[in-house]
Design a protein. Structure first.
Ligand code: FPP
Length: 232
């Protein structure tokens, strides 16, 4: 008998479908993003309740900078407001918060609120919730290589374990489960190094509709899988 997987400790999510959700309702794309932000709030709470240890949400990719100036500006404003509004709940739920990505590209107001929430929640011992912002998996790997090269390490000292220390968050584990909402079946440059053996779960549910029951369904699906990490 093969052994099913234990519940996932770390879930990563590509939150897709805000625009289509809005379009279906005759609303503006920005209203889709607002509904998406509510979904973020719900899923952080649900993940805490379900005893997930780490959750990384792909909120803004390096490629997203090429969206219209108004949409980018709206998303940055929304992010800044949400960081302020969700701070109390983050503390209440004992969530420790941080962000990964090329954060220096973000507007000063967003960086300020990110730093505040990160600092304030640093000692919390519950779920570690991360936002991937101005994030790309290839840039993360290239940044790591650049820092590694600067140190002139001999090849034999460059192991997978060492390399991990040069990624944006050395404390991050590999996700057990990657969920993508919105029907597309792609990784889209998310956590490329870290997802080598991650179980993938794709759902047609659009991100603003994704709730606790959907998260539980993904976890149930995951638990039926047998993880062999390339072994037998
Ligand atoms: C994908 O939908 C979503 C994004 C690019 C942005 C994600 C942002 C949020 C969920 C809200 C941000 C708030 C917080 C608190 C992180 P899409 O626009 O690509 O949808 P589409 O594929 O249907 O057009």
């Amino acid at each position: 008998m093969s052994k099913n997987a234990d519940p996932p400790r770390y879930i990563a999510v590509v939150m897709d479908g805000n625009g289509r959700w809005a379009k279906q309702r005759g609303l503006k794309r920005t209203q889709g993003h607002e509904a998406g932000a509510e979904s973020v709030r719900r899923i952080v709470r649900a993940a805490s309740e379900l005893a997930i240890r780490e959750l990384t949400l792909y909120a803004f990719s390096t490629e997203n900078w090429s969206r219209s100036r108004t949409e980018v500006k709206f998303l940055m404003g929304l992010l800044e407001r949400q960081l302020v509004e969700q701070r109390e709940e983050i503390m209440e739920q004992n969530v420790s918060f941080s962000a990964i990505g090329n954060l220096s590209k973000l507007p000063a107001g967003v960086r300020r609120e990110l730093a505040k929430t990160t600092e304030m929640s640093r000692r919390n011992t519950g779920l570690h919730a991360r936002l991937a912002l101005s994030y790309g998996g290839r840039p993360e790997i290239l940044d790591a290589i650049a820092r590694l090269c600067a140190e002139n390490r001999p090849r034999r000292k460059i192991t997978e374990k060492q390399f991990r220390k040069y990624l944006y968050d050395p404390a991050m584990h590999d996700p057990d489960l990657l969920i993508r909402t919105g029907g597309e079946k792609r990784i889209s440059n998310f956590l490329l190094w870290q997802v080598s053996y991650t179980e993938l779960y794709f759902t047609d549910v659009l991100w603003p509709d994704f709730g606790k029951a959907d998260l539980e369904a993904a976890i149930e699906d995951y638990k039926k899988r047998e993880r062999r990490f390339g072994g037998l």
